[in-house]
Design a protein around this ligand. Structure first.
Ligand code: DGJ
Length: 734
């Protein structure tokens, strides 16, 4: 974590001046803090810009320590920070020692330096408010100035305080492999609500490290004061919500300290991950749009403003059955369909052990000469000849006990001393010990070799299919074994930084058994993530919907899967499958050879039309128009009175163009059709609808070519013809 280094390059324009009230501003929100040298900084308010500090104080708003520290707050409150000092003392006694202000091109940063009255200890609390989007980041630097180790027992990145909340609702994202990101909304009640993930290596399956708080009652997509919070970390985390005895609400978020108390050496500093907050009066939709802009423009995504290529991935088409002939045929197929990139997934490598299934060879990153006798260059050349780029899959953080790497370096895997290894995928998979610099070098060198020997590789799919099941490092000393969960990720970040420094232009996809790493922790080093291993178009709508609350469309890789789909057995028409994938970064995940001529024809149309709208979809502002009925806070009895449809749209910044997607999930007799009201348009502008990805051989629907004012579309809406299950429409609005 190089944040401190970065900080030195910023313009410091004021230091050691204490202000009573410090306000951090974004275009439409503010964080108001109170600071004086007799105590620690306090949060007075986070929310609308119109409130001024005098009004807040006159109205009786309470202030609360920004970083509640054990020993300094009333013991009935939860601490965000707790340190054990060398003599065993757990109490902090911090005082504000310095305040610095700095500006960067797109943000204002305030840092509060606190020192302890009784211990040699420094805490710096940072806030970074962005000028172009309503996002504020917060994080800390914890520095041990003692002569002996100290133990960080609790070290949240940030804490948010909401004075006298009332009827606040939490939305968090729960799920599992192949069923990621299901929004769950519930009213917060007294007590502590905890959201956490303890996988070790990934954190977005099960519960994701992002939440929304609706401050005005039930969550609303378009209105109501709403706060989004995303912890930018890929490891174990804990988000706690608590209503205190004064009816004040607290949100705490940080690395999960369970089995992870961090031992900090003398002079060592730990920088905690960033916690990003967004505030909007435009409901959850407003929060999503601010976060999407922050992700694209403020460096949380590598190359965030680029549009992505349309690709074919080999995995669900041929799995491990890679041969040169099959790969070249697939390259040929995607080129003929109009695609731009082919990605060879798992199964291409292995020396002594062939990777014919998931039980061997991870770590043996040499081309399997039996499958690919002429090496990778024949494939990259074949791609070049056909005008498409070439990408490749790797899973560099793992090995299998059946591999040459494990045979040579058994000490390189995470392992508990004198205990049998717990084995993961394929009955043999184990995670490498990324706390070890030699392992870090091995991974960097593996990627470097692959990319330097094959300069035509334009894309990497970086997978991670194992959780940390073995808790122990042969590298870390005995007294630092509890640093594993954190040092693993610091090691991974260091690896990615080194790779990115040398290969800034290679597109890298972040994948972890589907959407296991759909988080902002690693996103500064990646270009996109794989949303889910589930390509069933119906369930994919739910997964994409949930993922879209925090992540922009150019980050979300969405592929057209086969039909019937192998996980669900569902048979879904190709137009619907394509329309669902087109709402993010379009790709294909099937064997084109198994497609019918009609399916191929529809894919050609979809790819051609997607090229017209991809800028708008991938870089536009998202408006979720009609939520799946399953996600509504009060689901109706089945079948609902209205047809179950889903609609969303993307609008360009200048509001001149938009794209609307509408899907019918199911239709029953007597159900009313729904009129879809658009959003985000300019009420004064006239928009003409052009239907896209029209079903091969059919005419566009009656709305094609019709013109409406933005005002009409937003106030009255239109009936989109969606007849039957899996009917769908895509419109470009010009
Ligand atoms: C899990 C990924 O999510 C899949 O897309 C695929 O790459 C497999 N791993 C390969 O083993």
């Amino acid at each position: 974590m190089k944040r401190l280094t970065l900080f030195f390059f910023l313009t410091l324009f004021s230091a050691i001046t204490f202000a009573e009230i410090i306000t951090l501003n974004t275009p439409n929100s503010q964080l108001v803090l109170k600071a004086d040298s007799a105590t620690v900084p306090h949060i007075l308010y986070y929310g609308d810009k119109s409130a001024n500090p005098t009004e807040l104080e006159n109205a009786g708003f309470e202030a609360f320590p920004a970083m509640p520290a054990f020993g300094m707050i009333d013991m009935i409150h939860l601490p965000a920070l707790q340190i054990q000092f060398p003599e065993g003392d757990l109490n902090l006694d911090l005082r504000l020692a310095d305040i610095s202000h700095a500006t960067t091109e797109n943000a204002e940063i305030v840092s509060f330096v606190m020192t302890d009255k009784r211990h040699k200890f420094r805490l710096t609390l940072f806030y970074k408010a962005f000028k172009n989007t309503d996002v504020i980041e917060t994080w800390t630097e914890i520095c041990n100035l003692e002569k002996k180790d100290i133990v960080l027992k609790r070290f949240d990145s940030g804490h948010l305080f909401i004075d006298k909340g009332n009827n606040i609702w939490l939305t968090h994202f729960h799920g599992d492999w192949a069923a990621e990101a299901i929004p769950v909304s519930e009213r917060l009640t007294k007590g502590v609500k905890t959201i956490r993930n303890t996988d070790g290596a990934r954190n977005a399956h099960l519960d994701a490290p992002e939440v929304m708080l609706s401050l005005d009652g039930e969550p609303n997509e378009a209105c109501g004061r709403t706060i989004g919070a995303a912890l930018c970390w890929n490891g174990n985390y804990e988000i706690r919500l608590n209503i205190d005895n004064h009816d004040n609400y607290h949100l705490y978020a940080g690395i999960d300290p369970q089995s992870s108390e961090y031992v900090l050496s003398p002079k060592q500093t730990l920088t905690t991950p960033k916690l990003a907050f967004a505030y909007s009066v435009e409901g959850m939709g407003g929060v999503s749009r601010s976060l999407h802009r922050w992700a694209r423009e403020c460096g949380m995504m590598h190359n965030g403003k680029a549009v992505r290529d349309i690709l074919l991935n080999s995995w669900e088409g041929i799995y491990f059955d890679i041969t040169e002939e099959r790969i070249i045929a697939m390259i040929d197929d995607i080129a003929k369909l109009g695609g731009e990139l082919f990605v060879m997934d798992d199964g291409w490598f292995g020396g002594k052990y062939q990777r014919n299934n998931d039980s061997s060879s991870l770590g043996d990153w040499v081309v399997d000469k039996k499958k690919l006798p002429n090496g990778l260059q024949t494939l990259t050349d074949a791609a070049k000849q056909r005008g498409v780029k070439f990408g490749i899959w790797i899973e560099p953080e793992s090995t299998n006990t059946k591999s040459e790497l494990y045979e040579q370096h058994p000490d390189w895997v995470l392992q508990a001393a004198n205990k049998n290894l717990n084995l993961g995928r394929g009955g043999t998979q184990v995670v490498l010990d990324l706390t070890n610099p030699k392992v870090q070098d091995f991974i960097v060198n593996t990627v470097d070799k692959l990319l330097s020997e094959n300069p035509d590789i334009a894309y990497i799919k970086w997978d991670a299919n194992a959780s940390i099941q073995n808790y122990g490092s042969t590298y870390l000393p005995k007294h630092k074994q509890s640093n594993i969960y954190i040092d693993y990720h610091l090691g991974l970040i260091s690896v990615l930084e080194r790779i990115r420094k040398k290969y800034p232009d290679v597109v890298i996809q972040n994948c972890a058994s589907g959407g296991g790493r759909a988080n902002y922790g690693l996103m500064p080093y990646f270009d996109e993530f794989w949303v889910s291993d589930n390509n069933d178009a119906l369930q994919r709508i739910f997964i994409q919907w949930g993922t879209s609350y925090f992540f922009p469309a150019n980050l979300m890789a969405q592929h057209i899967g086969g039909s019937p789909y192998h996980m669900t057995g569902r048979i879904v028409p190709i137009k619907f499958r394509a329309d669902v994938a087109m709402s993010g970064r379009l790709g294909l995940e099937l064997q084109p050879k198994n497609m019918t001529e009609q399916e191929l024809q529809q894919c050609r149309i979809a790819i051609k039309d997607y090229k017209q709208i991809r800028d708008i979809v991938q870089l536009g502002n998202l408006y979720r128009l009609v939520a799946p009925k399953a996600f509504q806070v009060h689901p109706e009895p089945l079948p609902p009175a209205e047809q179950d449809i889903v609609a969303l749209m993307y609008v360009t910044d200048n509001r001149e163009q938009a794209v609307v997607f509408a899907y019918s999930l199911s239709q029953f007799q007597y159900q009313k059709p729904q009129r879809v009201k658009f959003s985000g348009l300019d009420p004064e502008k006239q928009y003409t609808l052009k239907e896209l990805n029209i079903k091969a051989g059919e005419q566009p629907c009656s709305l094609n070519g019709k013109t409406f004012s933005g005002d009409f579309l937003m106030k009255n809406g239109i009936l989109i013809p969606l007849n039957g299950d899996y009917a769908s429409r895509v419109f470009l609005l010009n």
